[in-house]
Design a protein around this ligand. Structure first.
Ligand SMILES: Cc1cc2nc3c(=O)[nH]c(=O)nc-3n(C[C@H](O)[C@H](O)[C@H](O)COP(=O)(O)O)c2cc1C
Length: 266
């Protein structure tokens, strides 16, 4: 399958066939996803690959929390914009729609693999390295400033920079891992494997870490469910739910002028 076709036809599938995807295929998808770009080429992604059925304890942990957290939020979203489900809803229909929407988020129907995606938060050692580098550079940089005031300003700026660097490193790692996840879903789509990125597992990050024995300092960004597509899934509904909005783009010219020019999905 061509890349543009994989990009356009990939949809989040929550229902899978009962035939499991072989482990070799899952390995191939992970290997392909690892070509994603990453900040500083740190490749921070880590994968806990749960074969079909192995996620049962996690599903049990997620279920009560997901209802508690997702239900009120989703009900409000659907009530405010009933069109979000592709149809106008009211009263009882709204409740039913929200219930089934939340249920879809929690249950993985069929025989999916669950790839839990986690990454290490910067360790005390790495934080120490940033602070030590800043401290080592400080006398040299401060010496380049003449007045005491400028020296103090620069010292303050550098101290602050150490903080900012640590925060942006974290954001960059989130971005890197998100790229890895999207790449994996595209590699899956290209092979006819259905997938769904599920942030909801982050709601039970503590339970996920404890059940899978992940390092306590690791961030759980979510999981990707993988399986063969359920031939009986309602494709029309999936298409309506994942409609695309125009992308808000502002175009900046070399002359300094800028203007909005949204890009519409084809
Ligand atoms: C970061 C992220 C988190 C998501 N979390 C969930 C989730 O918890 N449960 C779920 O069923 N779908 C989840 N999705 C899938 C989105 O609902 C889906 O991508 C979106 O509705 C667009 O539909 P499409 O992927 O079929 O084009 C998530 C997607 C992303 C990128």
């Amino acid at each position: 399958m061509e890349l543009d076709q994989a990009i356009r036809t990939r949809r989040s599938e929550r229902h899978f066939s009962d035939e499991p995807v072989p482990r070799e295929v899952v390995e191939a998808l992970i290997a392909e996803a690892s070509w994603a770009p990453s900040a500083g080429n740190r490749q921070p992604w880590r994968v806990a690959a749960l074969e079909p059925g192995a996620a049962r304890p996690l599903v049990d942990a997620l279920e009560p929390k997901a209802w508690e957290i997702l239900y009120p939020t989703l009900r409000e979203v659907i009530a405010r914009d009933p069109g979000v489900l592709g149809q106008q809803l009211s009263g009882r229909e709204l409740t039913d729609a929200t219930l089934s929407f939340v249920a879809r988020e929690i249950y993985l129907k069929g025989a999916p693999w669950l790839l839990v995606i986690h990454f290490p938060r910067p360790s005390a050692l790495e934080r120490g390295k940033v602070i030590a580098t800043t401290a080592a550079l400080l006398p040299h940089r401060v010496a380049t400033r003449r007045s005491v005031r400028e020296k103090i300003e620069l010292a303050l700026f550098m101290a602050q920079h150490a903080n900012v660097a640590m925060r942006t490193d974290f954001l960059a790692d989130v971005g890197s891992v998100a790229g890895f996840m999207y790449g994996l879903t595209l590699a899956a789509a290209a092979r006819g494997v259905a997938s769904c990125v599920q942030y909801s597992w982050a709601l039970v990050a503590d339970e996920v870490r404890a059940t899978l024995g992940l390092p306590a300092g690791d961030e759980v960004l979510g999981a990707i469910a993988l399986g063969w597509p359920d031939p009986n899934a309602d494709k029309a509904l999936a298409g309506r739910v994942s409609a695309r909005k125009p992308v808000a783009v502002t175009w900046y010219g070399a002359d300094g002028a800028h203007e909005p020019g949204p890009v519409r999905p084809e």
